[in-house]
Design a protein around this ligand. Sequence first.
Ligand code: SF4
Length: 97
Amino acid sequence: MAETSRLPTPVAESWDWQRFGACRDMASEAFFSPEHERGRVRRRRIERAKAVCRSCPVLLDCRRYALRAEEQYGVWGGLDEGERNRLIATRRQTPAA
Ligand code: SF4
């Protein structure tokens, strides 16, 4: 059976923040890397996505979700994949209090 404990519960309230995201009417390509995107083009797209996130009223909700769900792709809550992966790795190495 798949391990699902790290996924958010399917409760409407836990997803409500998405209705207020600054990206809600934007194309997903602004936040997710198209296939074969590399180098400067990729970095610039990610920076543009992060700029949208910086003005987003639900940035912290979005970031919390993405870290908890360990989203593998895209910019969420102002963090790209590499930034989230480093935070997740640090969290795993930190003993629970
Ligand atoms: S923080 Fe960024 S990715 Fe998350 S809802 Fe806001 S604009 Fe969208």
